[in-house]
Design a protein around this ligand. Structure first.
Ligand code: FAD
Ligand code: NAP
Length: 571
């Protein structure tokens, strides 16, 4: 190693929406920052997930940045749920518009981060032998970015290509006329399958757990509609922030069980016809009361049976768990795929896939002959990308050791023992239970305010007090138990991957309550944090974004009392 290492105020890991906006905000503060990104371009999720049919499931007019009025006004979304290429184009547009690329090093994976306690600096090493130093590190590594590739027996024996939806090749993948196998029936598979079925000569789907899916009713956006939203954007965004999910849609807080069965049927039909995630906003108690949930689950199962002609296949596709317990899927013609004669559903719920062979997959003692396999097997969610980096904090403690029994982070923003290390949408924040771009913007603003403050008061380090962190982790855990979401084996609890600790990772108390807590912590002068080296005692930052994130708490729908009364649609 040559002597002097490059030094930055901040190193950001990841150049998805989170890393990009973080860089932009830090530049505004006059702080030097370097971004490292494994991929060859910006966009994160939308750079990697190029599988056919990939698109957002939060409506595009809301699944977009709100920090720049000009950006909001100039960008044109074409569809209600825009496809991956358009979202990636948007990410590239943001990078160009704000001249972000000059501070991003692509094709570079951060391999290790080590805190030097004698100098209060992080040492950053990459897989390309870069070694740099930074006062702060911001982890913008994504909640759904570490692909889960199950280690099936015989994988290497298979003659054909094996794709993962989350690491889809950039060259055209031509599956026309091939016998294609798909493993998994989550959101990615459900989006991809109708298109794969059009291409393949046969499609064999290996299903471990069936999922509920609601029709998207995707459509092109009418210019009048777009113009009306653009006129109202600030008000719309404010309404969105005041909702538990951080995105806006009409929902009903009345309990399902207080309605008659005819009323419920009308309500479910109306929202099924509207489509998308707001279906779960039909009643306020659906994710809190098992009997209420049964009413919507029954409705959805009936829809599956109406669409899928073969009763045995329909039975296999009908989930028997809580509706909305796993992340709800949003589809275009998914269930109808199974009416096509060349599509076969293989149940691997009782016995796992046995092995790959040279020419296919063996399940339930039968060999299915295949030319190509698509693993739509999801992600090591929330913590997977952290696990791949060797992060060493105080006293040689690694993050993997600290999180062995499940992630522990204060507000999902930082973790004790790892000073000056921030996370965007980390475990314990609403993240994946909210519209992610809103969640990202709020975290980035909070972190930028904090770093700006640290500089103003000449502070060396900041990290959460352990008792506050413990209380928050406990609170995240307690709140999760109120919701039926904690009752099934979803990726929210790490259950999709054998051996992961079972902990409900995101904060389910709702976006507005969470944001208010973050504002309070900041305005109380970061009293739940230890700040060292500051010229002044703990105090609120002089410049901050709490106004932008001020939410009028609509206590009727988001207060703890409302949660206790089971009247909050936490879509
Ligand atoms: P990411 O976009 O995941 O970016 C993280 C980046 O960090 C990646 O590019 C990765 O390469 C990089 N990285 C990780 N580790 C390292 C390392 N060690 N060194 C260097 N770089 C590293 N959310 C919604 O709210 N609405 C939706 O409709 C929606 N649709 C989705 C569809 C799909 C297919 C998937 C997978 C997720 C979807 N999500 C959706 C969630 C989505 O992940 C977020 O909305 C958002 O894009 C996350 O942005 P991010 O920047 O936090 O993370
Ligand atoms: P996922 O929801 O975790 O689904 C993975 C699927 O693979 C599940 O059906 C899982 O079964 C199955 N699977 C995993 N390992 C398996 C194994 N060893 N054998 C057999 N089956 C196995 O992953 P995803 O579909 O990629 O979606 C992840 C999340 O990304 C979504 O929940 C959503 O938040 C986001 N996303 C959003 C969209 C969108 O509509 N905008 C699209 C894609 C993804 P089990 O259920 O039994 O674990």
């Amino acid at each position: 190693m040559s002597g002097l290492k490059e030094c930055y105020d901040v190193v950001i890991v990841g150049a998805g929406f989170a890393g990009m906006f973080m860089l932009h905000r830090l530049r505004e503060l006059g702080v030097s920052a370097r971004v490292y990104e494994t991929g060859g371009g910006v966009g994160g999720t939308w750079y990697w997930n190029r599988y056919p049919g990939a698109r957002c499931d939060v409506e595009s007019m809301q699944y977009s940045f709100s920090f720049s009025n000009e950006l909001e006004q100039e960008w044109e979304w074409s569809e209600r749920y825009s496809p991956q290429p358009e979202i990636l184009e948007y990410a590239n547009h943001v990078a160009d518009r704000f001249d972000l690329r000059r501070d991003i090093q692509f094709n570079t994976r951060v391999a290790s981060l080590t805190f030097d306690e004698s100098k209060n600096l992080w040492h950053v090493k990459t897989d390309r032998n870069d070694e740099v130093i930074a006062q702060f590190c911001v982890m913008a590594v994504g909640c759904l970015s570490a692909a889960n590739r199950p280690d099936f027996e015989g994988l290497d024996d298979f003659d054909g290509p094996i794709y993962h939806t989350g690491e889809w090749p950039h060259d055209d993948v031509n599956l026309s006329g091939l016998r294609v196998g798909v493993i998994g029936t989550g959101s990615s598979a459900i989006q991809a399958m109708p298109i794969l079925a059009n291409q393949a000569s046969s499609l064999t789907v290996f299903q471990r757990t069936p999922n509920y899916s609601v029709p998207a009713h995707n459509q092109r956006l009418e210019p009048e509609y777009v113009a009306s939203i653009k006129r109202e954007y600030p008000a719309l965004r404010a309404k969105a922030r005041a909702r538990p999910t951080g995105f806006y849609f009409e929902f009903n807080t009345a309990p399902a069980l207080e309605a008659t069965s005819e009323e419920r049927q009308r309500q479910y039909e109306k929202l099924w016809a509207r489509g998308g995630l707001p279906f779960l906003g039909a009643y306020g108690d659906l994710l809190f009361d098992k009997m209420a949930n049964e009413t919507i689950a029954d409705f959805a199962r009936k829809k599956i049976r109406d669409i899928v002609k073969d009763p045995e296949t329909a039975d296999l596709l009908c989930p028997d768990n809580v509706f909305g317990c796993k992340r709800l899927c949003v589809d275009t013609d998914y269930y109808a795929v199974y009416n096509q004669p060349h599509v076969t559903l293989v149940d691997v719920s009782q016995k796992p896939i046995e092995r790959f062979t040279r020419s296919g997959i063996v399940a339930n003692g039968i060999e299915y002959e295949l030319d190509a396999v698509v693993c739509a097997t999801g992600f090591a969610a929330m913590t997977g990308s952290f696990e791949k980096i060797e992060i060493t904090g105080r006293d040689g403690l690694t993050l993997n050791e600290k999180w062995r029994a499940g992630p522990r982070a204060y507000l999902g923003l930082s973790t004790a023992g790892f000073p000056n290390l921030f996370m965007i949408t980390g475990p314990g924040s609403p993240s994946v239970l909210a519209s992610m771009i809103q969640a990202i913007e709020q975290h980035v603003d909070w972190i930028a305010d904090c770093i700006g403050h640290m500089r103003n008061v000449g502070a060396d380090t900041i990290e959460p007090k352990i008792d506050h962190e413990d209380d928050w982790v406990q609170h995240v855990n307690d709140v999760s138990k109120v919701s039926l979401r904690s009752t099934c084996s979803s990726w929210y609890v790490g259950a999709n991957i054998p051996g992961r600790p079972s902990v409900f990772m995101p904060y389910i108390g709702g976006f507005p309550i969470y944001v208010s807590k973050c504002n309070e912590v900041m305005m109380n002068g970061y009293d739940s944090f230890i700040i060292t080296g500051a010229r002044k005692p703990n105090m609120p930052p002089e410049v901050h974004c709490t106004k932008r994130w001020h939410v009028e708490l609509d206590m009727e729908v988001i207060s703890p009392a409302a949660i206790a009364a089971k009247r909050v649609p936490l879509v």
